[in-house]
Design a protein around this ligand. Structure first.
Ligand SMILES: C[C@@]1(CC(=O)O)c2cc3[nH]c(cc4nc(cc5[nH]c(cc(n2)[C@H]1CCC(=O)O)[C@@](C)(CC(=O)O)[C@@H]5CCC(=O)O)C(CC(=O)O)=C4CCC(=O)O)c(CCC(=O)O)c3CC(=O)O
Ligand SMILES: NC(=O)C1=CN([C@@H]2O[C@H](COP(=O)(O)OP(=O)(O)OC[C@H]3O[C@@H](n4cnc5c(N)ncnc54)[C@H](O)[C@@H]3O)[C@@H](O)[C@H]2O)C=CC1
Length: 194
């Protein structure tokens, strides 16, 4: 069973530390910025890939620091993603993060992660996050492609209209819930046979 609790973070309000600037560091900073373009990120590593420098050049919220991780890098950070190629060091960084109650992802060791990154389906304001409980990131990636095809493109219009109704509805909470359920019931009604 997948016992992970999904949440959607406003990374522009938080400061994320990424440790490691190789392929995985690039993958993680890309995942962060694709979803949260205004995220504030500091990336620390002795070697940082050119693609990451390029990203940082175009984005003033991204700071790159060319040096090995030090505990002081945790200062004023809310979230940590560890992606060095040094497993014992990843483990040490995770222990230090735990001691500070910082939420930490260790890309190469699911057992050390407080959270996983997910595969993400996006349609305008709609976002669907997929996790396989760490079983198969490739399966998550494929399911994203399947859902992306399956979800209709006009969902955005439907959402905008529902928001307008939601903003317009007067009455108590129970009344609003009933009305919104009634209007959207067509989405879950069984399809007519034939
Ligand atoms: C546990 C987790 C922790 C975390 O990273 O947060 C984790 C761990 C590991 N990933 C590994 C490998 C790969 N990861 C990907 C891709 C993605 N990995 C992502 C998430 C997660 N990966 C978390 C669980 C998510 C869940 O619950 O399902 C995605 C969804 C999100 C993202 O990273 O942004 C993103 C797809 C985004 C998209 O495109 O939609 C690919 C495929 C590819 O790149 O094409 C491969 C190679 C093929 C394969 O192995 O499947 C390895 C082995 C490393 C090695 O062998 O050295 C480990 C470590 C281990 O499992 O031990
Ligand atoms: N979760 C995932 O999606 C995946 C995880 N991995 C694992 O992630 C790890 C990293 O892989 P790559 O990025 O390909 O390696 P890489 O060799 O491209 O990059 C390693 C990075 O770590 C940095 N680094 C090393 N020691 C450091 C320290 N003390 N402080 C800060 N930075 C330090 C290096 O300067 C470099 O930027 C590997 O162990 C790999 O097995 C690999 C593929 C996918």
């Amino acid at each position: 069973m997948n016992e992970l609790f999904p949440i959607f973070l406003k990374l522009e309000n938080l400061h994320t530390l990424i440790v490691g600037g190789g392929y995985v560091g690039l993958e993680k900073i890309t995942a962060v910025l694709d979803n949260a373009p205004y995220a504030k990120v500091t990336l620390v590593a002795p070697q940082i890939r050119d693609e990451i420098w390029k990203i940082a050049e175009e984005n003033p919220r991204i700071a790159l620091v060319t040096k090995p991780f030090e505990e002081s890098d945790f200062e004023e950070k809310d979230l940590v993603i560890v992606a060095t190629n040094d497993k014992p060091e990843n483990q040490r960084i995770k222990s230090l993060a735990r001691a500070r109650h910082l939420l930490c992802n260790v890309a190469d060791t699911p057992a050390l992660c407080d959270f996983y990154l997910s595969s993400v389906v996006r349609k305008g304001n709609l976002k669907v996050a997929i996790s396989t409980n760490g079983m198969s990131p490739t399966m998550a990636k494929r399911l994203k492609e399947v859902l992306n095809e399956a979800l209709p493109d006009n969902l955005e219009t439907a959402m905008e209209q529902l928001k307008a109704v939601r903003d317009m509805l007067k009455g108590d909470f129970a009344y609003k819930v009933d009305e919104l359920n009634r209007i959207t019931s067509v989405l879950v009604e069984p399809k007519p046979k034939g």
